[in-house]
Write a protein that binds this ligand. Structure first.
Ligand SMILES: Nc1ncnc2c1ncn2[C@@H]1O[C@H](COP(=O)(O)OP(=O)(O)OP(=O)(O)O)[C@@H](O)[C@H]1O
Ligand SMILES: [Mg+2]
Length: 235
């Protein structure tokens, strides 16, 4: 059971959008994903409640209500058929909570918006994750990938974001375009992969690098993060 956590302390970066679309995408591909909602706002589970019972199943866990820490208790609560666990987290996390999330996750996705404020705040956030996750050390190093969200290509701020991510030498997995289709899909309890409209093809293609990267993480041995990159980040 592979645990994928979507983290960014900054509100509104796309954690819930990425979590719900990833869950829906796996379900549409015949997997049985679980969606854990650690955000007291409960947006991810609200989305799941609106999902038609005809759609491929996603197991939902209202994790924020259970007064449980991020422990292996989540595994015990899972149906055994669940093969991917996607964890949506609240904004403003840090400290012990963040350490718990990072400790339990196999794969960490950090969505970031191409805005100067978000680029600035994500730097210290990623630094905190790298320290907590001890990504420098050995075969248990966890992988962290950055996904740019709500991108408008060829804007100056997107170019700044690309340069920033290249400078960190952390995996920049993909860029997801800003599109109303994400909002349409959300209100229907589906993901963009499940929208029946050829115009979403260019959007779903942007997810393929993320799906491939997660699969690599599952099938290939974990890689040791680049020391040069970490030294730069931790400066
Ligand atoms: N790629 C996108 N295109 C268009 N709208 C988007 C996209 N990604 C997210 N949004 C919209 O941006 C808003 C914030 O997204 P979302 O709720 O996923 O962020 P979040 O990080 O979960 O926020 P919070 O920290 O409050 O939980 C939502 O209204 C969502 O519909
Ligand atoms: Mg959210």
């Amino acid at each position: 059971m592979h645990k994928i956590i979507v983290l960014n302390a900054k509100g509104g970066s796309g954690k819930t959008t990425i979590s719900t679309n990833l869950a829906a995408c796996y379900a549409a591909k015949g997997r049985f994903p679980a969606l854990l909602d650690y955000d007291p706002q409960g947006s991810a589970l609200n989305w799941l409640r609106t999902r038609s019972t005809d759609m491929p199943k996603i197991h939902g866990v209202e994790a924020h209500k259970k007064n449980m820490t991020v422990t292996r208790s989540w595994q015990m609560r899972m149906p055994k058929e669940v093969d991917r666990v996607i964890i949506d987290t609240p904004a403003s996390i840090g400290g012990a909570d963040l350490a718990d999330y990072v400790r339990q996750a196999d794969t960490i996705i950090v969505p970031v918006l191409p805005s100067p404020i978000d680029i600035h705040t994500v730097t210290s956030f990623i630094k905190e994750i790298l320290v907590l996750g001890k990504l420098k050390t050995g075969p248990n190093a966890k992988r962290l990938g950055v996904v740019a969200n709500r991108v408008k290509e060829n804007t100056r701020v997107y170019n700044t974001l690309q340069a920033f991510l290249a400078g960190l030498n952390l995996p920049f997995i993909t860029a997801l375009r800003d599109s109303q289709y994400y909002i349409h899909a959300f209100v229907e309890g589906i993901g963009i992969h499940e929208l029946r409209d050829v115009r979403v093809n260019s959007l779903t293609q942007q997810w393929q690098p993320l799906l491939d990267w997660i699969d690599e993480e599952i099938t290939a041995p974990p890689q040791v993060a680049s020391h040069r990159a970490l030294d730069m980040v931790l400066d």
